[in-house]
Design a protein around this ligand. Structure first.
Ligand SMILES: Nc1ncnc2c1ncn2[C@@H]1O[C@H](COP(=O)(O)OP(=O)(O)O)[C@@H](O)[C@H]1O
Ligand code: SF4
Ligand SMILES: [Mg+2]
Length: 329
């Protein structure tokens, strides 16, 4: 890992101000992301996992300044991106891309594949019109599509092919960092494996860094360098992949992992599934102290009163839990 992280996220906060009630008469705040700090190292795949609504997409969007942060910093190339308006973000937009679950939301149905892939190149003036055709052909080849696909429309493609086009479009400006937000979740399982392999090949070829948002823990275990576990807008645990899967420290991570079937039949027979009691509380009114205390099987008195510190239990293994001692102090 390099000395300086590619991105440094410090105490990032995102609150959405919403209106509730039949007539929108009641103002409320969604505490979607609270005090999230992490470094993203160049060339790594950092995955974010956690139940639906825990703030994974909000983290990705706020890092990319597609949502305005309510607090905290995102440091990239010495700049705090959260302070930049769209005009000043433009030079950074090239480097920082996102791929969504649904390629239909990214691809304009009236644009050919070639136009879709070429658009960001022309926008950022990275090629002349004469060079464009060749550049598009290279990008399509990079994602495993023949050059003749340039004249096709999204509806003429399969789901997997469409996602390849979306990836080619994300690659068009030679980015450094790509948020893959459930990028494979909507695809058939056999196609998922192909797209994962494609992402891994492209990462190696272009030294890409991924923030990989997913709910399939088997996929996360396969592709990640490190894994972050989120619960109700906060990071519960962050560790190198093997440390997280083999020695999870946070009670929520343990419960989450206990739901993953083991490939070894003997271990699968002995697997103890830990079912969490109750539902995830509302982010409109998150529990005090540790947000997990209403469902935690080992909650103590302090847990409802004091927010657990985000600390290293072992080098590189961070956790927010009163029951876990800091191994470094
Ligand atoms: N634009 C928005 N306006 C209001 N609330 C939002 C908005 N986007 C997300 N949220 C809320 O923020 C919380 C986190 O959402 P999200 O980041 O999409 O979760 P995840 O990606 O982990 O499923 C959820 O409660 C969601 O309803
Ligand atoms: S801080 Fe307390 S409630 Fe939260 S996970 Fe740790 S033991 Fe459970
Ligand atoms: Mg999401």
């Amino acid at each position: 890992m390099s000395a300086e992280p590619l991105l440094r996220i410090e105490n990032l906060v995102k609150h959405f101000h919403v209106r509730l009630g039949a007539f929108g008469e009641k103002a409320a705040t969604v505490y979607a992301l609270d005090d999230v700090s992490l470094d993203i190292e160049e060339g790594e795949t950092l995955s974010l996992v956690g139940e639906s609504g825990c703030g994974k997409s909000t983290t990705g969007f706020t890092i990319l300044n597609l949502h305005r942060a309510s607090g905290g910093k995102v440091i990239y190339k010495g700049q705090d991106l959260t302070r930049l308006d769209e005009k000043h973000m433009r030079p950074f937009r090239r480097d920082l891309q996102i791929v969504f679950q649904d390629p239909y939301s990214t691809l304009n149905p009236r644009m050919t594949v070639g136009e879709a892939v070429g658009e960001p190149i022309l926008f950022h003036k990275l090629a002349t019109k004469a060079e464009l055709k060749e550049r598009i052909a290279t990008l399509l080849s990079d994602v495993g599509l023949p050059a003749r696909f340039a004249s096709r429309y999204p509806h003429e493609l399969s789901g997997g092919q469409r996602q390849r086009v979306v990836i080619a479009r994300a690659l068009a400006c030679q980015p450094k960092f790509i948020v893959c937000d459930e990028a494979i979740s909507a695809l058939d399982v056999s196609i998922q494996a192909q797209i994962i392999n494609l992402l891994l090949d492209l990462q190696e070829k272009y030294r890409l860094t991924y923030l990989f948002i997913a709910h399939d823990l088997a996929v996360v275990q396969h592709i990640s360098t490190r894994v972050g576990v989120m619960y109700l807008g906060r990071l519960a645990e962050l560790a190198p992949r093997d440390a997280l899967f083999q020695t999870p420290l946070h009670p929520y991570t343990r419960a989450l992992l206990s739901a993953v079937p083991e490939t070894d039949p003997e271990r699968e027979r002995n697997r103890k599934r830990q079912i969490l009691q109750g539902d995830v509380p509302s982010p409109l009114n998150p529990p005090s102290g540790c947000r997990f205390h209403t469902r935690c099987p080992i909650a103590m008195e302090v847990c409802s009163k004091v927010v657990p510190e985000w600390k290293a239990a072992r080098p590189g293994h961070l956790v927010a839990c009163h029951a876990v001692n800091s191994g470094l102090s």
